[in-house]
Design a protein around this ligand. Sequence first.
Ligand SMILES: [Zn+2]
Length: 159
Amino acid sequence: MWILVSFVLTLIAAAVIFGPYLRQPSLRLGNTSIDPKLAALYSRRDALYQALRDAKFDLETGKLSEEDYARQSTLLKHQAADVLRSIDQLEASLIAPELDARIEKMVAERRHEPDELKRSTPRAETSARSAAAGFCTQCGAILTPGDRFCGKCGQPLRN
Ligand SMILES: [Zn+2]
């Protein structure tokens, strides 16, 4: 009986201790993943949209004349267009490095594909070969499988 009680108490204690840790990562991610400048632009855009809606409402309720509404909405739309352009540019500049990295990775993987196809030899032979290519014959440095040159002395390697 005591074993059961202490087991349940341990579970409760674990939930109390680790619960916040389990919940925090997603929260933290949500806060850091968005650029502050971008967040400011988003809220500016939303404010402009809201102002446009308000102007429209004021027109419908008669608080704004047709001319005033036309003037205000044109101004707001111009501002919104500027903000949208800034958002596009900022988003592109934020995403570009990540995209570049992803493309580089894809290209690198493609480049390795023909080698993989050529090496469609039984597994045992492949591992034996990479084990044989384990050390540089010139300087004895440890080699990674697939290396064309020794990373230490530059000796060309035959694979
Ligand atoms: Zn070497």
